[in-house]
Structures are given as structure tokens and as C-alpha cells.
Design a protein around this ligand. Structure first.
Ligand code: CTP
Length: 403
């Protein structure tokens, strides 16, 4: 990523402070940042902080004689590989959707020929307002990529969708966009008209009202794949176990808890052209769920009897009229990655296995992944990279296979 450059437009909202952390993450990854600020943004973060972190000057004036002499605003709008708007306020989104160009930020958005990624942030009612819905639809139809917003408590004291995505999530979307080149939504997209099913996250298998069996899956890789497939134009259903992640833009999320619920939701999402099973499904569940909390007693600790959960990947892979054309499984291996993955491919009956080498430090639960993709023909080892980049490459491979 060392030769990549981002033009970061910081809008005027309380989330602007998170833009500083985003700049730090980008610079750490070797990505160049050229900052642009709106007049309103300067009420929330100072140009000096932004400039110091970005190691570049801050552009904020459309009519600056000095800036125009050094680099005209048209040149500025094309001086990066990607334009990022974070926070993308309701005002900036409206200006960009309407093609206004009254200040530097909106002018560079109108004058650019580079892909644009926006991280919206606003009050929940502003986000839900029909005007913002219209502007969002227009921007997406124009090929603007959207990351977030998430749901949660807001600075204004309300609760709901509108919180800007966390800097790490925006960073991953930036890497995916830089890695994937200019990917456009709309009818010309490689997966337009295709339906995709993705399972992600852990499952929770209850034992009694307060206890359960689960695992440490973060859901990050599955969510990144769902987002990457949606960016290529697919209609995506994400069947997700409990995670802390916000549903990616343009993805239909079905939230489940147990493996049985996940199987039912996945089956209900058929027909699909491709199914990607990324979920860390609990292999077993307690054979009885107690209706009241189990108590300590003289008889000592209880003995748990486990029963096997349904295998969602194997079930989706079984031949029949509903079988997706392409079924992809994941495998976590620590040794003999290719041999184990090949055996899993045969056992489950799927078409590809994406094998994670979890012996590598930082892969399990982290933001990076190192994978090998195994299919009927052979094995490909992909270089280690952020989960969003792995997702982008997998989505492109899926698009090629379904073409
Ligand atoms: N999977 C599933 N339903 C299950 C179990 C697993 O859909 N009940 C899917 C996962 O989503 C993943 C793949 O199967 O795509 C992983 O297979 P699994 O047999 O769970 O692999 P490991 O846990 O790596 O297996 P093992 O330790 O048995 O090799």
C-alpha cells in the first residue's frame, strides 16, 4: 500500500475526532493522506492536528490564491487513488448527491474522476429522513461506496443508526477499495442480478437461561465478504450469529443465535447463486436446555451431554434443485493446511475451501488473514493481508466463476 494515496475530506460533525485516528491508521499502513476540511469541521478538530498526523498541509479554501498557485482544486480532486469522506455529514451527502460545488470539499467531490468512499455520521432522525434516504440512494447509484453507519448511543443523547463506523472498519473498507480498484455498484457490476448467502460469526448454544457454549469468532471475515459481494452488485443475505459488528451497507442481515437457527435461516435464504459459509458453528450443543438456572449442589458438578449440530455447509452442498452453483467453506488449520483442506472439500461436498493458516500470529481474531484457496483444480496461496483485502479478492474470484 506504500504507493497509495487517499484524499480525506473531513466533514463537520462530532465524529470528526475519529478521522484523526483514521489518519493514524492509514499513515501506519504507509498510505499517503491529503486532508481537506470543511469550514464546519474546523469547529470539531483543528487543522493543525489533522495536518500533523497526515504529514501534509490541510486544504480548506476553494478561493485560496496560494493553494491554487501550488495545485488547482481540479488537480487536487484527482491527486489520490481514492476520495474518502469521513465523517460524511447529511449536508455533505446532500451536496454531493445534488452536484453542488460551493466550497472546496463539494467541489473536489464533483470534479474527481476517482472512486469515492463515504462514512456517514449524523443524528438518527437525520439519517432516517426521506431526504437523506434519497441522497444515499442517489450516491450509491452513482457508484459511491458506503461504510457504516453503526448503531449505538450518540453524542446527541439519542440511540440508533447514524454513528460513524469505527476507524478500523473505515480503514478496512479503504484497503479493500484500493485493492479492488474502482468497483462500481449498479447494473454493470460483475455480480448484478446474483444472489449470495453468507454465514458469519459464532453460534451460541444455551445450557440454561444464563449459560451457553460459544466460541471467539469475531465475524469480521464473514462481514467483510458480505460487504465485498454487495460492492460487486450481489443481493446479499448475511446470516449472522451474535457479533459486535454493524450490518454492512446494502446487505440484508438475519440475526440468529444457535446452529439450528442458522441452518433454518440459511435454508430460507435460498435460492442463491453462491453460498459462503464463514460462520464458526458450534459443533455440539447441550442435549437439554434447562428452563431455570442450574444451581450448585451436594451432588457436585453436572455432567453435560452434547449432541452434534447440523452441518450447514454440508447441507447446502448436497445436490438438489436448491443447491447454489458455488458453495464455499472455510477451514481453520494449523498444519498440513492443503491436505486437511482437500479432505474437508471432499467430506463436505463443497466447491472451494478457503483455508486459514491460524498458526500465523495475529490471524485468529485479528484484522489480517493468510489463506489458501483450494478447489477441484488446485491450490492458490494468497499473500497475508487485511481481512477486507482477502474478502475483496474472494468476491472477485466468485464473480469470475459465476460469469
Ligand atoms: N460449518 C457449518 N456447520 C457446522 C460446522 C461447520 O456450516 N455445523 C462450516 C463452517 O462455516 C466452515 C466449515 O464448515 O465453512 C468448517 O468446517 P469444520 O468441520 O467445522 O472445520 P473445522 O472446525 O476446521 O474442523 P476440524 O477441526 O474438524 O477439521
Amino acid at each position: 500500500m506504500n504507493d497509495k494515496r487517499v484524499l480525506l475530506i473531513v466533514g463537520g460533525g462530532i465524529a470528526a475526532y475519529k478521522a484523526l485516528e483514521l489518519v493514524r491508521l492509514l499513515r501506519k499502513a504507509g498510505i499517503g493522506v491529503r486532508p481537506v476540511m470543511t469550514a464546519a469541521a474546523a469547529h470539531f478538530v483543528t487543522p493543525l492536528s489533522l495536518s500533523a498526523l497526515a504529514e501534509d498541509k490541510v486544504y480548506d479554501d476553494l478561493f485560496s490564491l496560494t493553494d491554487e498557485a501550488e495545485m488547482g482544486h481540479i488537480e487536487l480532486s484527482r491527486s489520490a487513488d481514492l476520495l474518502v469522506v469521513a465523517p460524511a455529514t447529511a449536508d455533505l451527502m446532500a451536496k454531493a448527491a445534488g452536484g453542488l460545488a460551493g466550497d472546496l470539499a463539494s467541489t473536489v467531490l464533483l470534479a474527481t474522476d476517482k472512486p469515492v468512499l463515504m462514512a456517514p455520521a449524523m443524528n438518527v432522525r437525520m439519517w432516517a429522513h426521506p431526504a437523506t434516504r434519497r441522497n444515499l440512494a442517489t450516491l450509491m447509484a452513482d457508484g459511491v461506496q458506503i461504510v457504516g453507519p453503526g448503531e449505538g448511543p450518540m453524542a446527541c443523547g439519542e440511540f440508533g443508526p447514524g454513528r460513524m463506523a469505527e476507524p478500523a472498519e473505515i480503514f478496512e473498507a479503504i484497503v479493500a477499495a484500493l485493492e479492488g480498484g474502482a468497483l462500481e455498484g449498479g447494473a454493470g457490476s460483475p455480480l448484478a442480478g446474483r444472489r449470495a448467502l453468507v454465514t458469519a460469526g459464532p453460534t451460541e448454544e444455551p445450557l440454561d437461561p444464563v449459560r451457553m457454549l460459544t466460541n471467539r469468532s469475531s465475524g469480521k471475515q464473514g462481514y467483510a465478504i458480505a460487504a465485498a459481494l454487495a460492492r460487486l452488485g450481489a443481493e446479499v443475505t448475511l446470516v449472522s450469529g451474535p457479533t459486535a459488528l454493524a450490518a454492512p451497507a446494502g446487505v440484508r442481515r438475519v440475526e440468529v443465535r444457535t446452529a439450528v437457527e442458522m441452518l433454518n435461516a440459511a435454508t430460507a435464504a435460498l435460492p442463491a447463486d453462491v453460498a459462503v459459509c464463514v460462520a464458526a458453528v458450534a459443533d455440539w450443543r447441550p442435549d437439554a436446555v434447562f428452563g431455570v438456572k442450574l444451581k450448585k449442589g451436594k451432588e457436585g458438578p453436572p455432567t453435560l451431554r452434547l449432541v452434534e449440530n447440523p452441518d450447514i455447509l454440508a447441507s447446502l452442498s448436497r445436490s438438489g434443485p436448491q443447491r447454489p452453483r458455488l458453495v464455499i467453506g472455510f477451514a481453520a488449520e494449523t498444519n498440513d493446511v492443503e491436505a486437511h483442506a482437500r479432505a474437508k472439500l471432499a467430506r463436505k461436498g463443497c466447491d472451494w475451501i478457503v483455508a486459514n493458516d491460524v498458526s500465523e500470529a495475529g490471524v485468529m481474531g485479528g484484522d489480517d488473514n493468510a489463506v489458501m484457496v483450494i478447489d477441484g483444480k488446485g491450490a492458490e496461496r494468497w499473500p497475508r493481508g487485511p481481512k477486507a483485502a482477502v474478502a475483496g479478492r474472494l468476491a472477485r474470484r466468485i464473480a469470475e466463476a459465476l460469469a
